[in-house]
Design a protein around this ligand. Sequence first.
Ligand SMILES: Nc1ncnc2c1ncn2[C@@H]1O[C@H](COP(=O)(O)OP(=O)(O)OP(=O)(O)O)[C@@H](O)[C@H]1O
Ligand SMILES: [Mg+2]
Length: 321
Amino acid sequence: MTDPAIAANGLRKSYGDKVVLDGVDLSVPEGTVFSLLGPNGAGKTTAVKILSTLVSPDPASGEIRVGGHDLAAEPQAIRAKIGVTGQFSAVDGLITGEENMLLMAALHHLPKRDGLRVAAELLERFDLVDAAKKPASTYSGGMKRRLDIAMTLVGDPRIIFLDEPTTGLDPRSRHTMWQIIRELVTGGVTVFLTTQYLEEADQLADRIAVLNDGRIAAQGTAEELKRLIPGGHVRIRFSDPTAYRNAASALREVTRDEEALALQIPSDGTQRDLRSILDRLHSAGVEADELTVHTPDLDDVFFALTGGTAAVPDQPKEIVG
Ligand SMILES: Nc1ncnc2c1ncn2[C@@H]1O[C@H](COP(=O)(O)OP(=O)(O)OP(=O)(O)O)[C@@H](O)[C@H]1O
Ligand SMILES: [Mg+2]
């Protein structure tokens, strides 16, 4: 077992009277993607800033370790291992993309020749070669974002923090960014990602935490989170109307779809639940033509956990998969 890349216990932060983070625990294994979700103002950026040493946590916080180093004792060692792409671009619009890259290389104390090589490689990898000599102010939002991440990678960080990396990007640019993130993870990089797009967390994250009111309301894989809230169901379809009617009377609590000859039954999608449904059909002597399990999507989870109307688990839940 290696140490997690990022681990926080009882992370707290207040600004004056305002409690922003009220005891947040999280642990991110090396080489995985962790996504922090939460409504505007939930404290996502604050968490990123603390974990990346840009802002101090409250003294009442528990131990925080990043890249194997204690945040309070060895912030410099942590800074050498991480890269941060902030919510708001760090790109300087007055200079060219290439100059932005070389500036980063200089900040990392790379010798000039290495800086030029790394800049050229990253500009190529992020499809910015044609734009490299143009002022960054002329770049589109997607190009600026790519340049932002390219700049983050100059020091070859093993842990990167991406605060809303795809906000404002069109679907194609977003997919490009997802591909870039996947490639980083394949290369063993640990990614801590905040996002407003639940689909993004669903696509990329090994583990997701939902931040609400300064605390983690729930965390787990996307599938585990979806199972937390009601809305899951099983749909059973028949081609024979008689079988359909027999099944409808054999199963209780069904919603009928007469036109499609389909029945919908609330279900948590577990094996036990499915078996009980199948057993009841079997006892009634009917066989379904098709059975599909539907779980709620992450949007449902997000609304339920962050003050929507759906049923909310009233205790923070840690799901062990
Ligand atoms: N330097 C600061 N001084 C005072 N309050 C702050 C400071 N930084 C953040 N806050 C407050 O902390 C809360 C959390 O802010 P934060 O930027 O972390 O939220 P967020 O989850 O990133 O939101 P968004 O989705 O809008 O980016 C907000 O109420 C914000 O006003
Ligand atoms: Mg933010």
